[in-house]
Design a protein around this ligand. Structure first.
Ligand code: FES
Ligand SMILES: [Fe+2]
Length: 409
């Protein structure tokens, strides 16, 4: 249970908020590279409660800037995407992707254009992802993560807009226990080398057997790690401040790995990144990433095949499938991975704006509690003048581990 003050601290990331200020100290993944087409109309993108446009000049350079033109606020989504920069259609100011104000027809030729703020943000591209620096001052060095130095064909990055606060997708990863109940049908099928419930099936939730795994948590210099150990497996997860979670998908050393990044769009919407990578070679058609996401029609919205989720349609739940016994949760995708996503998204969107002062948590929520406290402590440390946690570290060696203990019965 959290105080209302701490709950608000965790939720609010807009300009001027404590967590918003901390998040702006890190590079933020703001768009898939494929969304920004050379010479095409700028794309409106909202991040951390602020409105921006992303664009790609005809020569291929990526730019990211405030949506409001710095002159008199016309939307730069209306701008002309010209050679070398974006030109506002209202009075013709022109901005280069690197932030230079190239022309300002309202001003005399002698005006010092280089002293005017342009609202263009530093942006870089890696592995099909556009990262922007939304903080004040000089950007930090780009922090290496497990996939950020790999060739592009070793990485698949997909996004979806989820109608919940940024913390919900992370909390569902920290809340390891829910997998035994919500994902009970898919979990068992997806673990190739071992059964989840072999030696100690101790309890039943309706027809679903579950056990209480041993959970350990530990703070790290970049966030925290938690280990989930049950009869069949030991899984290690890493949370990297401020919004990255490495989680386990399959046990093989050379298998595809995965992480999620949960970027606030505003306090009630999240740009959820699903990133798969393989250190050892290009992603293969029979690997976890391509099996799960390779055939999806739109990686900019990996849930595009499914109906828009609302409270009125029970976030897409199929009650008939539930009643016929085809699905425990009533959520069904075309693949195991899709089903897991639909189950998670249905639940976390249904939570609405969470009031964590009213929860009834238990010992199985140990990692969830640690995760929240990690973020709260990071906010406090930053506000007391300490550097942003984990921001200046090389984290390329940090990734989740999955150890199988027993073979399938
Ligand atoms: S509002 Fe954009 S140039 Fe005037
Ligand atoms: Fe889940």
């Amino acid at each position: 249970m959290l105080s209302t003050r701490d709950n608000d601290l965790l939720i609010q990331t807009g300009p001027g908020t404590p967590l918003g200020a901390l998040m702006r100290e890190y590079w933020v993944p703001v768009a898939r590279s494929a969304q920004l087409v050379a010479g095409a109309a700028p794309t409106r993108i909202k991040i951390l409660g602020e409105k921006f446009v992303g664009f790609r000049s005809p020569d291929g350079a990526v730019g990211f800037m405030n949506e409001a033109c710095p002159h008199r606020g016309a939307s730069m989504a209306l701008a002309r995407n010209e050679k070398c920069g974006l030109r506002c259609i209202y009075h013709g100011w022109k901005f280069a992707p690197d932030g230079e104000l190239l022309e300002a027809p309202t001003h005399p030729e002698s005006a010092p254009l280089n002293r005017m703020r342009t609202g263009v943000r530093p942006a870089i591209e890696r592995q099909g992802i556009v990262w922007a620096w939304l903080g004040k001052g000089q950007p930090a060095e780009f922090r290496p993560l497990a996939f950020t130095d790999l060739p592009d064909d070793h990485v698949l990055a997909a996004t979806a807009v989820i109608n919940c606060n940024w913390l919900h997708p992370l909390e569902t990863l920290w809340d390891v226990f829910h997998a035994q109940i919500l994902h009970n049908q898919t979990n068992r099928r997806s673990v190739r080398a071992g059964a989840y419930f072999s030696a100690n099936e101790t309890r039943m939730a309706g027809d679903i057997p579950f056990n209480y795994p041993e959970l350990t948590v530990e703070r790290t210099e970049y966030g925290f790690t938690h280990v989930n150990s049950d009869a069949a497996k030991e899984t290690h997860f890493h949370f990297i401040m401020p919004f990255i979670q490495h989680h386990t998908v399959t046990p093989g050393i050379r298998d595809d790995k995965a992480l999620q990044i949960s970027v606030p769009i505003d306090d009630d919407h999240t740009l959820l990144w699903m990133i798969f990578y393989n250190r050892y070679g290009p992603l293969q058609p029979n690997g976890f990433a391509m099996q799960g996401f390779g055939s999806l029609p739109d990686l900019n919205n990996f849930l595009s095949e499914f109906p828009v989720r609302t409270a009125e349609n029970r976030w897409g739940q199929d009650r008939e499938a539930m009643e016929k016994g085809e699905s425990f949760s009533g959520f069904k995708g075309n693949t195991i991975l899709e089903t897991i996503f639909l189950e998670d998204v249905g639940c976390i969107e249904s939570q609405g704006r969470l009031d964590r002062s009213k929860e009834l948590l238990a010992p199985v929520d140990k990692a969830l509690i640690e995760g929240r406290q990690t973020v709260l402590d990071a906010i406090e440390a930053y506000q007391s003048g300490k550097p942003p946690i984990g921001r200046d570290l090389d984290l390329s060696g940090v990734e989740a581990e999955f150890k199988v203990k027993t073979q399938a019965a």
